[in-house]
Every structure is written in C-alpha cells, then in structure tokens.
Design a protein around this ligand. Structure first.
Ligand code: GCU
Length: 421
C-alpha cells in the first residue's frame, strides 16, 4: 500500500486520538440475548458458535464446507547446505476436472529428533518471491502490479525472485527447529474484484448458493479456506516430518487478517500470529482511526462480505468487533504484532483488542496476557508482552515483517509448541 493512495477516494484518515468517536465494545462474555457467559462450557457451546456465525454473517462471509483435497508432489530437494528439505506439493481443491490448485512449498529441518512444529502462512509475491532459488518456478498466475518492477502487467517477472525474502528468514526459522510452509495467496483467489468468479470462489462457489448473497465468503474467507486445506495437506503428508498438531498459522497485513480468520474458523491451528493486520484484522473497528471500515470496503470491495458495508462510518451497528475475533482463538496461544510507523493499521487498536480478548482466555483457564490482568497501558516499542498465551509487541519501524518480529514468534512458539517447555 502506498501512502499517497490514501486520499485517492477523497478519504483523509484521522490519526488524532481525541477525534475517536465514543464507543462501547460488545462484551465477548455476554450473549446476543444479554445472558452473561460465566463458564467455559457456555463459551464453547453457546457464545463461541454465536460469535463465529456473527463474523460469518456480518464480516467475512460464509465459506463452503471443507472439500476433499488431492495432492501431487512436484519436487523435493536438499537446500541451504544440508539444513533442510524443500518439498513442493500441488494441492487441488476437490475432485472436479477444473479444480483450483495451489502450490505449497514446505521446508523441514533435516536435523530433528521427531516430527517438528511448523509455521504456515500465505505469501504476497509467489513462492519464488520467498527465496531466490531459480529452481522454484515463477508463478504463472495473476499478480498485483509490483511497485518495484517485479511484474510485467499482472505477471510476475524474474525480478520478483526473492522479492519478499526479508519477510521469510527461512534459515533462521529452520535452525530453531521449525518447519515453514507457504502458499501464494493468489493461487487460492486472485486479489481483485471480479465478482467472485475466479479462484475457489468460482470452482466451489455453488456450495454457498444457499447463503444470503450479502453474507457469502469474500476473499479473506477464501484465503483462510486455503490455509485450512493447506493444513489438511500437512496432516496427510506424514512423511514430511511435521507435527500437524503443532502448526502456527501466521500472516502479514491482509494476510494477517486472513490468519486470524483461519485461526478462528479452524481450531486445528495450534497457534495464531497476526503481523500488522490492522482494520478487519486485529484492530478495533470502533476506534475508526487510520484505516476505517468504510475506507477498506471502498478500496477492497472483495475482501469482506457485502453485509460489512452496512458498517461503513457506522461501526457501532456491527454486532461484533475485532477483539472477539482474537477471542475466537482462545484458549490457543495467539500473538498480535504492530509497528510504530504503521499508524494506518492502528497499533493501539490492535493492542486494545488483544487486551479485550483477555477475559475470554482467562475464563478458559489460561493466564491470558499474563499476570493478574492485562496491562492497562500499551507497552513501549520493543517491550514485548509474552509471558501469557496472548502475546503482543510494538516494533519500531514500518509496515513489514522483520527478523525482530520472527524472533518474538519463535520465542513464543518455543514456549507453547515445543515439548517439555
Ligand atoms: C492496504 C490495506 C490494508 C492491508 C494492506 C496490506 O494498506 O488498506 O488493510 O492490510 O493493504 O495487505 O498490505
């Protein structure tokens, strides 16, 4: 996203805290009919399903039921001087002849005692953008026009090889004993508004025909659906050496929104990580600071379901807010990360959302953000809150994924996904 685009549609973002409208957050521990939720059982059987259905209906849209996948091995190779095995697998959605397929690229450390935990995340610029090995096929699909000469029209070119490598410090992750799996998000659903025809919207779309049109899955839901099918693949590929019960789903920005929705809808994900996910991700919509619901729906009409446009400049009317999305991951560990120069994504709103999810985590018997209560104040930059199961940090710098972010995720994962810790 380019800052100069922010006013393209006459939208001037507010960055002034004093101009935030007064708001009351919906209480995750009170049902729509007003009953307090005081036990884990009430959460699991009543409130959690209710919130999931509300997010489907009002925000992300309803996705089809899981389809069976088919898997085709493409390649397997030892990489990074013997550090890891890289395997590429095409995953097909369903059994139809015209099934959409996504290519998953998986790195597993060679040195391991048993099956290892893994990170699974979508990427923006193709698997060939994650690492510049020329043996990784240049993804032939549709790409957003790159700012840095990495595309010709809507096709990736040779310059895009390794273009997002800084976001994927593969060797650092592998050396810490984790596997990494990634998929180009455009394989699942190309990121433009085409009336929900291309990608899995087209090939699986008839399965949501019974859903009211305004509440059918948008692109974020489609990408999250792809992440779940990616997890199906990791579960089936037992020879890879990955412990599929310990897979953290992670994502940056729009793909951070996607990781949160995947973690909410698919409880098999053992951990959820949101990197700079902002509006429609970890940030509270009701704060209406930086990017707003109205702005995001106007700029990206295909990301959410149409019902979400009802809350343009009208956030209070939405029955849910994003702290409840975070709560839907409970009691599983979740980590929310912000960056100081990413005010568009409202770092403070991301922190407040994590803190407002804390009571649900505590009701479910965890220590939430740690200590006796969530911190009342947002932490300073580089002061991660990571003693509990809800982690948060603010990093100095721009909208990005850096080694610092990864170090926090790895430390957090060590605490929650490694045996004997
Ligand atoms: C835009 C958009 C954000 C999104 C970001 C991204 O900035 O407004 O909501 O998170 O793109 O995905 O890079």
């Amino acid at each position: 996203f380019h800052p100069s685009n922010r006013s393209v549609m006459g939208f001037e973002p507010n960055y002034d805290e004093s101009k935030i409208p007064e708001y009351t957050l919906p209480d995750p521990l009170v049902t729509q009919s007003g009953s307090p939720v005081t036990t884990a059982e009430q959460w699991n059987t009543v409130r959690r399903p209710e919130l999931l259905a509300l997010f489907e209906k009002h925000v992300y849209g309803v996705s089809p039921p899981p389809c069976p996948i088919r898997r085709k091995h493409v390649s397997s190779k030892t990489v990074f001087d013997g550090l890891a095995t890289r395997t590429e697998i095409d995953v097909l959605f369903g059994s139809a002849d015209d099934a959409t397929s996504m290519r998953m690229m998986v790195y597993v450390p060679k040195q391991r005692a048993g099956a290892v935990p893994a990170f699974l995340g979508l990427n923006f610029q193709g698997n060939h953008g994650v690492d510049d090995d020329p043996e990784i096929e240049l993804n032939p699909g549709w790409f957003r026009v790159g700012r840095d000469g990495t595309t010709d029209g809507n096709k990736a070119n040779e310059k895009s090889r390794g273009a997002t490598a800084s976001r994927w410090p593969l060797q650092m992750i592998l050396k810490r004993g984790y596997a990494v799996a990634t998929i180009y998000y455009g394989d699942i659903d190309p990121d433009f508004d085409d009336g929900f025809n291309n990608g899995i919207h087209g090939t699986l779309g008839d399965q949501v025909a019974h859903v009211a049109p305004e509440s059918r899955w948008g692109s974020i839901a489609a990408w999250a659906y792809g992440l779940s099918r990616g997890l199906d693949c990791l579960e089936a590929e037992t020879d890879l050496g990955i412990d599929a019960a310990k897979v953290a789903v992670l994502g940056h920005s729009r793909l951070g929104k996607t990781a949160l929705w995947a973690g909410a809808t698919d409880p098999r994900f053992a951990m959820v990580i949101s990197n700079n996910s902002g509006c429609g991700g970890a940030a509270l919509s009701r704060r209406a600071i930086g990017e707003t619901v109205g702005r995001i729906n106007e700029a990206f009409p295909h990301w959410f379901c149409d019902q979400f446009t009802e809350y343009n400049e009208n956030e209070d009317a939405c029955p849910v807010d994003q702290h409840e999305l975070i709560a839907l991951a409970a009691p599983r560990p979740i980590y929310v990360a912000s960056a100081t120069e990413d005010q568009w994504a409202d770092p403070k709103g991301e922190f407040l959302a994590a803190a407002a999810a804390d009571p649900v985590y505590r009701l479910l018997g965890t220590d939430g953000m740690g200590g006796d209560a969530p911190p009342a104040k947002m932490p300073a930059a580089e002061q991660p809150i990571n003693s509990g199961v809800v982690g948060y940090h603010l990093r100095t710098g721009k909208h990005a994924v850096t080694d610092y972010d990864w170090q926090q995720y790895l430390d957090f994962a060590d605490r929650h996904m490694k045996d004997g810790r």
